[in-house]
Design a binder for this molecule. Structure first.
Ligand code: FMN
Length: 153
């Protein structure tokens, strides 16, 4: 069974809800899923998984939230060449110019580290409800399909 790791940081719970929906979606696709908070995870753990999803909210006018920062910095120590990855996060459209930019910053770093970022970043305005919940479920399904296609057993 293909193994997926979801690592996320969430201050007020919105990105955490995204992580939960993604977990549900990946489980429905028959994948094994581990979910961890960034503060309790180390980047080298990613190397044991077939696919990895990273989630972070955006803070302070365009920065990665504090709880994800150490993980982000320590990623520099590992080689992610070929790793199948994608990024998600909650933000607030009130911050027009920096809406969900943490997602973009992380994607940029992953590409720099050689990862294969297989989907466009998933950005949600505050809590994922209704249509946004559907977008999260689809993101999980699309990621599962990529893993099955690109990591044949
Ligand atoms: C001080 C402050 C600054 C913020 N800056 C941004 C920002 O620049 N861009 C953005 O999209 N959201 C910004 N947000 C909104 C949060 O990203 C949003 O509330 C998000 O849903 C929090 O996710 P979480 O519940 O997972 O912690 C900011 C929130 C606060 C309190």
């Amino acid at each position: 069974m293909k193994k997926i790791l979801i690592i996320y940081a969430s201050m007020t719970g919105n990105t955490e809800v995204m992580a939960e929906i993604l977990e549900q979606s990946l489980l429905e696709e028959g994948l094994e899923v581990t979910v961890k908070e960034a503060l309790r995870a180390k980047p080298k753990e990613m190397l044991k998984y077939d696919g990895i999803l990273l989630g972070a909210y955006t803070y302070e006018g365009g920065e990665i939230g504090d709880e994800f920062m150490l993980f982000y910095e320590e990623m520099d120590q590992i080689d992610l060449t070929g790793k199948l990855m994608a990024v998600f996060g909650s933000g607030d459209t009130f911050y027009q110019d920096t809406y969900c930019v943490a997602v973009d910053i992380i994607i940029e770093k992953l590409i720099e580290l050689g990862a294969n970022v297989v989907l466009e970043g998933l950005k949600v305005d505050l809590i994922p409800e209704g249509e946004d919940e559907e977008r999260c479920l689809k993101f999980g399904k699309d990621f599962a399909e990529k893993v099955k296609e690109l990591m044949p057993s």
